[in-house]
Each structure stands twice: as C-alpha cells, then as structure tokens.
Design a binder for this molecule. Structure first.
Ligand SMILES: [Zn+2]
Length: 462
C-alpha cells in the first residue's frame, strides 16, 4: 500500500530554468540536489488557484519558476529536477535545491502532501534532503512554512517504510527525432557546443564537442525536457537520439553567391541615351533570371538613359539609370538598344559641298544656256545667247564645273558662260569654250585661299 496519496501532474512544462549542462557555468557549481526549498505562492487572502500558479510559472520568457507546484493531494512537476529552476533568488539555492511552491493556505492537507513529497524525494535520491524555506536564501516573506512539521511527516513515513523501492518520479521516454520540414542551417554559439546523447538522461553524456561557429545542419529535432534538440541527418537516419540544445545554436544563413549580372556589372554613365531599335519593341528583364519582369513592351524609338552594362550567359544587357536608382535587378538586352535614330541632317548636296565662293560676278551666256535647278539638276529654263547672269559661286557636280547663280537655287554650266558680252554671237563656239575654261581655272586659283576658308566654315557647320 502506497504511503503517499498525492497525484503527480506532468503535463505542464515551464521554459524558465537553467539546463543541467549550464548550471556550472551559470551558478559556479554543479547541479546536485541536496534539499527542497518550500515556498508559498503569494498572499493567502487572494485565494490564488493551483492552475493559475502553474500557468504563471510556465509563462514564456519568465524570470521565475519552480520545479513543483503543490497543494492537498496533488503536485505538478513543471521543471525536471535535473535542471535548475529559478525559485531561490540565489545561485546556490537554484543550483542545489528543488523548488516547491505550496498553496499559501498551508492547511494540514497541504502539509501532508509536502511531507509525503519530501519523503518520496529522499527515497528517490537515496539520502536525507534538507528542508529549507525561501527567506533563508534571499530577502522575502516566503515563507512561514513550518519546516519541522514537514520533517515529522517525512520521518514518520520513513519509520514505517517497508517498501524496498522509492516511488520514482516518472521519467519521460526520449522521443524519436522528428524530421524538419526542411533542414535549418545553424552554427554553434559556444566554444564547446555539446552533442548530447539524450538517452543518458538525467546525467547527459556528450557524444561529441563542436567548436564555436561551426556549421550545424539540423535535419530533425527532438523535443524533450522542455528543450529542443537539433539532430543531424546522420543521427536521424541512424535513429540516434543525439542532439544539440537549440539554445546553443544560432541561425546562420550563408551569403548567397553573387549573381552573374552583378559580378559582370560595369557602371558607365557615358553610354548615355539609347533607343529601342526593334519594330516589336523590347522588354525589361530580371537579370537574375533573365525572365521578363512583366508583359510590358517598350515601343521602338523609346529613349532610355543607360548607366551600366553587364553580361549574363554571354549576352549583354544594359541597366537604366532608373533601375540603378531604384536598386532593381533589371536590364534590357543590349542588342535591342542603340544610338537614338535622330533625324538625319539634310544631306548637303554635292554642288554645295564643292561650292567655291568667287564673289558676285556678271557673265553672259555664249549660247542658248540651260539653267538647272540645284535641287535636282532639272532644266528650269533656257537663257538665250548673250543673256546677263550674275554668278555668286563656282561649284563642281559629278566632275563638271558649274556657276551658281544669285539666289543659290540655279546653276549653269561654265561652258555656256562668257565674262564679256558676246560681240559676235555666231563665232566659233569651241574657241570661246577654251577661253572660259581658262578663265575659271585662274579664277579658282585666285580665290583658292578664300575658298579654303569658306570650305572650312562649311565643314564646321553642324
Ligand atoms: Zn518563495
């Protein structure tokens, strides 16, 4: 027949504790249970309730806890005794004791359960455990619990003890690792990050020690004793219950490789404005994927300020000033852009190209002379022999010399002109032609310098 009557509740877990493995570094002493600190959970006149206290001590990111919450005939284990709960307000108290929060009404039933609990703990640990109250460790009114009364109950149970085995606290089986939806990349935080064999609970044994900032790919996890342990693919596949406490790991994302377009990117403001060339327009592409950013077509002729160029997969792309400013990975295939199609300046006609300023001079036609349009060389009219024409320039079109008439819209072949009135209009034409050609040649020589200057001026015009 069991000597103790209280019921144990294990379905509540507090995250507020120092794991066994950290107790030495946090508290300067190892976790070794030498007693129980009995507390009362607040003001008895406010009638605080058992489950409210449990929930409070199990709150996330709390700064206080206990191992056990108890009252008449029931206790809840919320932190495994192998870890240090935060109840004593003292490093030594937390490291070396189990914390028990009792209903502050402290009636005989509550004392009975505390006595039975203490008896069970002493049986479990196989030794006498100290009975202490909170105010022995830090300044608090917790608690006016009668330590002698607990001792008397426990000792009376020991005295009647005929059972060979203490009632062991139920130990939770270590579950198998559960595969993560996808592996998580961690790195170790501690200089000595341990991979624990969880089956060695409560005295964890490390199967491996990892250095600081070592990559750890978590493939599965084991949730156990209020902790999450991450498990490698190897351990998972071998069904080994080996894991690293999540508190010892930090998420670690490797920098992604620099995309090709960024590696090849060259900013070059001198590229300037370029126009969309294809009749079908062009599209803006995401340079990371070279897929179009959207369905929008930039129409032919659109001018785009280009500030950079890059290559992806051997193809060249331009990056606009806008994309650069917006920080977007966008580009336009270089083959679809080119120098903007400006309206070509009206081509200088050949006659104008070869224009030689000979200043105004009067000539006379030596025969019926066809007057030609400078635009297309068509005959505008025929001047009869001995007509006076005022010449302002000389020029050469397709190897033939012409005189440009005043107004610069008409020309006449030099062959038809005489620098003097024709006295005998019916004289031999051949003779006069020779004369006029000689004249033109000398005229050109005379004005060579001026002509050169004028040509120079023309060339400098846009
Ligand atoms: Zn207390």
């Amino acid at each position: 027949m069991a000597k103790t009557n209280y019921k144990e509740i294990t379905s509540y877990n507090s995250p507020n504790y120092t794991p066994n493995a950290y107790v030495p570094s946090v508290y300067g002493t190892s976790r070794e249970v030498i007693g129980v600190v009995y507390h009362w959970w607040g003001d008895p006149w406010s009638h605080p309730l058992f489950f409210n206290i449990i929930r409070w001590l199990c709150r996330p990111n709390g700064n206080s806890s206990a191992h056990v919450v108890g009252e008449l005939n029931r206790i809840a284990w919320i932190v495994d005794a192998i870890h240090a709960a935060w109840h004593a307000g003292s490093a030594y108290g937390n490291a070396k004791f189990v914390g028990y929060e009792c209903n502050p009404r402290l009636d005989s039933g509550d004392y009975q359960t505390m006595g039975e609990f203490h008896y069970d703990m002493e049986k479990y640990y196989g030794k006498r455990l100290q009975i202490r109250v909170h105010k022995e460790f830090s300044s608090t009114s917790c608690s006016p619990i009668d330590k002698g009364r607990i001792r008397r109950i426990a000792d009376s149970l020991h005295a009647r003890d005929k059972r060979p085995k203490p009632k062991p606290r139920p130990s939770k089986p270590v579950p198998l690792a559960a595969k993560l939806p996808k592996p998580i990349r961690f790195r170790t935080k501690l200089a000595a990050t341990r991979v624990w064999d969880l089956t060695t609970n409560p005295k964890y044994v490390a199967v491996k020690t990892l250095g600081r900032h070592k990559e750890f790919m978590a493939y599965a996890k084991i949730e156990f004793n209020n902790s999450v342990y991450y498990v490698t693919r190897y351990s998972y596949n071998k069904k080994l219950k080996h894991g690293v406490n999540s508190a010892d790991l930090e998420r670690y994302e490797q920098a992604p490789p620099t995309p090709e377009w960024i590696r090849n990117l060259k900013w070059d403001k001198s590229i300037g404005k370029l126009s969309v060339l294809p009749a079908g327009g062009t599209k803006v592409l995401n340079l990371t994927t070279t897929a179009p950013v959207n369905d929008e077509v930039i129409p032919k002729g659109t001018q785009i300020d280009i500030e950079g160029r890059t290559t992806v997969g051997g193809q060249m792309y331009y990056v606009s000033s806008w994309a650069r400013k917006e920080g977007l990975p966008w580009g336009i295939p270089a083959k679809t852009l080119g120098k903007p199609a400006v309206v070509p300046p009206r081509e200088k006609p050949e006659w104008l190209e070869n224009l030689q300023d000979i200043t105004d001079k009067d000539f006379w036609t030596r025969s019926d002379a066809p007057i030609l349009s400078v635009e297309d060389g068509s005959t505008v009219r025929i001047e009869p022999i001995n007509s006076l024409v005022r010449v302002t320039h000389a020029t050469e079109i397709l190897g033939k010399k012409y005189m440009v008439l005043q107004g610069m819209t008409e020309v006449v072949g030099t062959i038809y002109l005489s620098d003097t009135p024709i006295e005998r209009p019916h004289d031999d034409l051949e003779k006069r032609v020779k004369f006029i050609e000689a004249f033109i040649t000398s005229l050109v020589d005379i004005f060579a310098k001026a002509i050169a200057q004028i040509k120079d001026k023309w060339e400098k015009k846009p």
